[in-house]
Design a protein around this ligand. Structure first.
Ligand code: G3P
Length: 216
């Protein structure tokens, strides 16, 4: 399973890449707006930094606009994956852009039927939002399980990119459900590597070592 960072923050991306466990980046209009920088140079910097896939989202809602913006974004680099929302025009955009040789991440997926149509249209990634489903009292992970099963049984090549991840348990469950990718806020990536027993154990090792007076 690949790990992507869900951020448009350059420092977080640099730190994640330095850890050696980050395979790519996903952004969205909210994350980009948070950076308070002109969009184009920001995403050019991200695409140059990240060796793996970088999802950049269109903001147009009509087919023509999505295609125009998507094609502009794709020119930024070979690692760009165009992100289109899962609407009627968004599905048409997947079909069109995929036909032109682009890769599309279809975002804002909240149902298995949406995911089925997106795969049929040729999406490269499908992004089910599990945290936002949990927020309304649904079980987001059930959607990840349904989609991975449908894609497996039906032989679709579309990769399941579990998005709207809020905690480490989401990561474990998405991995068990067979998601191809999880995209994480930097705070969740930090949580994944932490364990209080590691900190306690390290302190004890170093205290014992210091008391012994030994040297390496
Ligand atoms: O980038 C899409 C998704 O990961 C957003 O997550 O936390 O805003 O629901 P969130």
């Amino acid at each position: 399973m690949k790990i992507f960072l869900d951020t448009a923050n350059i420092n977080e991306i640099k730190e994640g890449l330095a850890l050696g466990v980050v395979d790519g980046v996903t952004t969205n209009p909210s994350l980009a707006a948070k950076e308070k920088r002109p969009f184009r140079p920001l995403v050019e910097e991200i695409c140059a930094l990240v060796p793996g896939d970088v999802s950049l989202e269109v903001v147009a809602t009509d087919l023509e606009g999505m295609v125009k913006e998507g094609e502009e974004l794709a020119q930024i680099g070979p690692n760009v994956v165009i992100k289109c929302p899962l609407t009627k025009d968004g599905l048409k955009a997947v079909k069109y852009l995929t036909g032109k040789g682009h890769r599309v991440n279809q975002t804002l997926c909240f149902s298995a039927t949406q995911a089925l149509l997106s795969a049929k249209a040729g999406a490269y990634y499908i992004s089910p939002f599990l945290g936002r489903l949990d927020d309304i009292g649904a079980i987001g992970m059930d959607l990840i399980r349904d989609i991975t099963e449908i894609y497996r049984v039906q032989g679709f090549k579309t990769q399941v990119l579990a998005a709207s991840i809020r905690n480490p348990l989401h990561v474990i469950d998405a991995a068990k459900a067979g998601a191809h990718v999880v995209t994480l806020p930097f705070s969740v990536l930090e949580q994944l590597m932490k364990h209080p027993l590691t900190d306690i154990g390290l302190k004890k090792f170093l205290d014992d070592w210091a008391k012994s007076g030994a040297k390496i």
